[in-house]
Design a binder for this molecule. Sequence first.
Ligand SMILES: Nc1ncnc2c1ncn2[C@@H]1O[C@H](COP(=O)(O)OP(=O)(O)OP(=O)(O)O)[C@@H](O)[C@H]1O
Ligand SMILES: C[C@@](O)(CCOP(=O)(O)OP(=O)(O)O)CC(=O)O
Length: 394
Amino acid sequence: MADNTVYRASTTAPVNIAVVKYWGKRDAKLNLPTNSSLSVTLAQSDLRTLTTASCSATYPEGDTLILNGEPSDVSGARTQACFRELRARRAALEAADPSLPKLSTMPLRIVSENNFPTAAGLASSAAGFAALVRAIANLYELPASPSELSLIARQGSGSACRSLFGGYVAWRMGEKADGSDSLAVQVAEASHWPEMRALILVVSAAKKGVSSTSGMQQTVATSGLFKERIATVVPKHMEAMEKAIKERDFATFAEITMRDSNSFHATCADTYPPIFYMNDVSRAAIRAVEQINDAAGRTVAAYTFDAGPNAVIYYLEQDTDIVVGTLYSVLGAGIDGWKQSIVESLKQPAVTLDEAVAGLLKGGVSRVIMTGVGEGPQKTDEYLVAEDGTPVKR
Ligand SMILES: Nc1ncnc2c1ncn2[C@@H]1O[C@H](COP(=O)(O)OP(=O)(O)OP(=O)(O)O)[C@@H](O)[C@H]1O
Ligand SMILES: C[C@@](O)(CCOP(=O)(O)OP(=O)(O)O)CC(=O)O
C-alpha cells in the first residue's frame, strides 16, 4: 500500500555572536576555516529561527524551502550539501533496518521563520542553517550528536556550526582535508555563566554590501595583516578566551572580545580594495563603551561587530544600570526593543557620554535588541507545516 503519510519535525535554533571571529576559508567548497572561532549563543526568547522539516511520498518532485513566507532557492551548493549529507545518513539507517519508512527517497518540504531581519548582519544564516539541519535530523531520527550535526551545518554556513549548542561554543578549525575534524564543541553551558547579557544596537537593518562569504575570500587573497591574525593573534585569543570563560573573568573576556573585533575589522581595512563594515555610528558605539568603562573604573562592557555596522555589546547582569542606563538615556524610549521591566528599574545615574558620540548614536541607532546567553536548538511541537502537508500561513 502506498505511504501517504506526511512526516514532520520542528525545531528552534539560536543566533550566535562570535567573540573570536571566523574570517577566512582554507577550503571554500567544504567551508573549512583558516582559524578556530568562539561564540556566545543568544537566548531564543529574543532571537530565533523556527523550522519545520517535512517529507512525504505525496509531495511533488523536488525539495522546497519557504523562508519567512516566500519560496526560497534550495539549488545552491550549500543547501544541497546539507540535504545530501542528511539523506545519506538516513539512507544508511534504512539500509540497516528495512522496516523503517523510506524517508530518504521522499521530497523535503521545509518551512522556516526568523523572528529577526534576514541578511541584516544579524547572523540569520547561522540560526537558519542550524535549524535546517537539526529539523531534518529530527525528521530522519538520526542518532547524530550536536558535534556531528555541526559538521553538516558548517557546510551550509560556517558560523551555523556553532548554533547547534547553547552557552559558549568553540568551532575547532581542524586539520584534515576532508573536514571531518572541523566541528563545534561546547566550551561551557549557558548555566556556567548565566549573567552574560547582550545589547544589540541595530544601526542598519538594510541588506549589507559585501557578503561574509565573498568578503573573507578577498581578505584571504589580498591582506598581509590577515596572515599575522591567523598565525598568532587568533590562537592567542582562543586560549585566553576559553580560560576567561572557564574562570568567569569578564575583564579578560571583554578585552579579548574587543581586540578580536578590532583585529578582524583591521584585516578588512587591509583587504585590497578595502572592505568597511563599520560606519560612524559603529565607531561611536566603540567610544561609548570606552567612556562607560572609564567612568566605571573597570571593564563593564565589550563591543563586537560582525560583517555589518550593528554593535553587539556584552555586559554582565550586575552592570545593567551603568551599561543599559547610559545607552537608554542617550537613545531614549522612542526606539523599539527596550525591555520595560529592565529600563523601569534602572537606578544608578547614567554616564554622560561625549556630545558627538551621543549625537551619532541618537541619529543612527534604529532599534535595540536586549538579550543574553541562551540554550541550543529546542525540539518543539509548533509546526509550520500542517498535518496534511500544507505550509501554515501566519
Ligand atoms: N531560516 C532559514 N532557513 C534556511 N536558510 C536561511 C534561513 N535564514 C537565513 N538563511 C540563509 O542565509 C542567508 C543570509 O545569510 P547572510 O550570510 O547573507 O546574512 P547573515 O547571516 O545575516 O549575516 P552574517 O552571517 O554575515 O552574520 C539567506 O539568504 C538564506 O539563504
Ligand atoms: C563576521 C562573522 O560573522 C562571519 C560569519 O561568516 P558566515 O558564517 O556568514 O560565512 P559563510 O561560512 O561564508 O556562510 C564572524 C563569525 O560569526 O565568526
